[in-house]
Design a protein around this ligand. Structure first.
Ligand code: ADP
Ligand code: MG
Length: 694
């Protein structure tokens, strides 16, 4: 039978109908293409040997060479065959529970054996259970190479379909390699980036001769996977740029005036760079679609304001949308402060704007009397009509979906406004390039000078009295304190009880200190009232659930206590911590947990204690949790990668993106004959996973 990649798996030698069903159910392997893309997750090196003295429990396997001593069947307890292997550095125990008569016959004295297995400690002694063994033969070692290891499941193993089985069917597949396997990257790119051809890469990723060959093969496959994603994203971006004109805003007199007369502080180099990047977009005649990333406190607001001035100075209006009312309010205040020296009209529109006020705002917007409107979702309402909207700034805080972002201002049937998305959740570069790869990205990677980094400490619940004393001292120095409790949907009831219990115990501990409390069950107006009291310094301690996570700015609050810190995600903890350290005083973030902590929780807490850098935190979050879980990003099709790993393959991603960039730059529609492969595959993969083979 002539095989091709769509051939159902059951027709492969060594599979058959019964095993095919198991492969489908357990590993989603339906056809030959699925199988060949079921890559090993590690490799065993059978080309070299360990000495017995080097054996450690955390080695996933060892290969040893030595003489067998005193094999005997032990009947006490579970019947087993026990032998010892001796080399010139030590002795290790070998144990078998099955087929023991048979194995006993094969174990001969005075012959050199090679033995392979996973070391464990058994009754305090290093042991290999059910090791593979054979008489040592230097020539066969030469042939042994690296052995691929595949993930299997309990069910597969119960049907004798273990890693070794998968290895054997991969071998069968490669031997009958479908003849129609085509190269999927243009030759010139393969030459430029020294990329192995596809056939060789597939063959070597399963059965590499050595690590160098493996590395070449996996580079090829990872590159391809990432390259096609980037190609798609960059093509989308390029076509949008070509189609989507944007009004050019070139008049920077207002910006200069503000800069010369009213800048409250010198910009950091990063802020300057980003303003230039935005200005280049605004004047280009193409619609801007830019993501502005910067850690909490890095100064995104002033950058947004300067961008506004370019647009306003050129005669158009700007809108700024925030995910919550509290945040919209804060942006509004801050922008108003910046704008106070300029005669700009600025207003805020949210769900709680009174209808008379609302009416007035809408009229002024339509007439062009208002230059800046700040708001929540209310801004996307159909009734909101601008005289000329030139720039929409979206403070994303990872609450607005990507879809919403796209639809946002489409009702404007005139020229689409420029769009600047601000995100205070630093995303690792690899993830940003993949999730927001169709946008341009600006990064503020520098904090304003003179900031004192927040000190982060980890305390156990048992040390609470000490923490209370610390709170008291800080308050007597004039500072204010947040105490934050987790609120997780699934356990909301318990969490509220926790919050209330905590609140009561704080009341008891600080009878003379005025407190505020904010939680999600309160009415917006009550929350606002409490927030205001705290902001004015009338209350000294704010007990809250994570509602304060987003954007709240009280510079005098310099201490944050986070209860049950292990229940928060890493990025979320970092976000919370960003609420303090906004003023002149040394800020503290104290993470409270029980003494008993899982390894992962401990790693998270440790990560937070060790760095204040949001991008580093995001990288760690990515490593600890994987991209799927990061910041609740849905497992989007984009992130289902077969071989590349966004937490590790940063370098390959950069190369793939550069390659895709140069292709799209030369030939955005992929019309050149040497790009036909690319065009074909992009169309082909439209509705399929990216790595699909053909
Ligand atoms: P975020 O990036 O979190 O939105 P903000 O824009 O709110 O940060 O800025 C945080 C604080 O730092 C604000 O009080 C802001 O006025 C101040 N700030 C911003 N840029 C600078 C700078 N270059 N020098 C000094 N202070 C700055
Ligand atoms: Mg901000």
């Amino acid at each position: 039978m002539q095989l091709n990649f769509q051939t159902p798996i059951e027709y492969l030698k060594g599979v058959g109908p019964k095993k095919a069903i198991l492969l489908q159910k357990e590993l989603q392997i339906y056809n030959l293409a699925d199988l060949i893309q079921y890559y090993p997750f590690r490799y065993e090196d059978r080309t070299s040997f360990h000495k017995i003295i080097e054996v450690e429990e955390d080695l996933s396997y060892v290969q040893l060479k030595g003489y067998i001593q005193s094999p005997k069947i032990v009947a006490k307890g579970k019947k087993r065959l026990v032998a010892h292997l001796k080399d010139d550095t030590g002795i290790i125990t070998l144990v078998w529970f099955q087929k023991i008569q048979n194995i006993l016959k094969q174990l001969k004295p005075n012959l050199l054996y090679q033995v392979f297995g996973k070391p464990t400690i058994y009754n305090g002694i290093y042991t290999l259970v059910h090791p593979e063994f054979e008489i040592f033969n230097p020539e066969s070692v030469q042939e042994k190479k690296l052995i691929p290891v595949y993930h299997t499941t309990e069910k597969l193993k119960a049907n004798q379909m273990d890693s070794r089985y998968l290895r054997s069917i991969q071998k069968n597949l490669l031997e009958q390699f479908p003849s129609h396997l085509v190269e999927t990257l243009p030759n010139y790119l393969r030459e430029q980036y020294k990329i192995t051809d596809k056939r060789t890469a597939l063959s070597n990723v399963h059965f590499p001769n050595d690590f160098q060959i493996l590395q070449k093969a996996s580079f090829r496959l990872k590159f391809e996977e990432l390259f096609y994603i980037q190609l798609k994203l960059l093509q989308t971006r390029q076509l949008r740029l070509e189609k989507q004109i944007g009004d050019p805003y070139t008049d920077i007199k207002l910006l200069h005036y503000f800069y010369e007369t009213s800048m409250p502080f010198p910009l950091t180099a990063a802020q300057k760079r980003v303003v230039k990047e935005i200005y280049a977009d605004l004047r280009s005649g193409k619609q801007m679609n830019r993501l502005l990333q910067g850690d909490v406190g890095s100064g995104k607001t002033i950058v947004a304001f300067l961008a506004m001035l370019i647009v306003i100075g050129s005669g158009a209006q700007v809108a700024m949308m925030a995910p919550t009312e509290i945040l919209a309010e804060q942006h509004y205040k801050k922008l108003k402060e910046f704008a106070s020296s300029l005669s700009l009209r600025i207003a805020i529109l949210t769900g709680s704007t009174k209808s008379s006020e609302r009416k007035k705002i809408l009229e002024e917007l339509a007439k062009g009397d208002l230059q800046i409107i700040v708001g929540t979702h209310s801004l996307i309402n159909d009734a909101v009509i601008f005289q000329k909207l030139g720039l929409a700034i979206i403070d994303e805080q990872h609450r607005f979906g990507v879809m919403q972002r796209a639809k946002l201002w489409q009702k404007e049937n005139i020229t689409a406004p420029h769009v600047l998305i601000m995100s205070a959740t630093p995303i690792p570069r690899t993830l940003a390039m993949t999730l927001y790869g169709d946008l341009d990205i600006s990064i503020i990677d520098e904090m304003p000078a003179g900031r004192k980094p927040t000190k982060t400490l980890h305390y156990y619940d048992a040390q609470r009295l000490k923490v209370f004393r610390f709170i008291k001292d800080q308050i007597s120095l004039g500072r204010q304190v947040y105490i934050v409790y987790p609120l997780i949907e699934e356990s909301a009831k318990m969490d509220y009880k926790n919050l209330m219990d905590g609140y009561e115990s704080i009341c008891r501990a600080f009878p003379e200190i005025p407190l505020s409390i904010i939680h999600g069950k309160m009415k917006a107006s009550d929350k606002e009232y409490e927030m205001q009291r705290f902001a004015k310094g009338e209350t000294k301690i704010m007990v809250a659930t994570t509602v304060i996570e987003v954007g709240v700015n009280v510079p005098n609050a310099s201490v944050m206590i986070i209860e049950n810190a292990d229940r928060f995600g890493l990025s979320q903890l970092h976000q919370l911590r960003g609420r303090v350290g906004r003023g002149q005083d040394q800020a503290y973030c104290i993470l409270m947990t029980e003494y008993k902590l899982g390894t992962k929780s401990r790693d998270r807490i440790q990560a937070l204690v060790s760095t204040n850098n949001g991008f580093e935190i995001a990288d760690m979050d990515l490593r600890l949790r994987g991209p799927g879980d990061l910041m609740g990003i849905q497992q989007s099709g984009l992130l289902e990668l077969k071989i590349a790993d966004l937490s590790k393959d940063t370098h390959i991603l950069e190369i793939a993106r550069d390659a895709a960039k140069s292709v799209i730059k030369q030939d955005p529609l992929l019309e050149n004959s040497h790009h036909h492969i690319l065009k074909q595959r992009l169309e082909h993969t439209k509705n399929m996973s990216w790595g699909n083979i053909g």
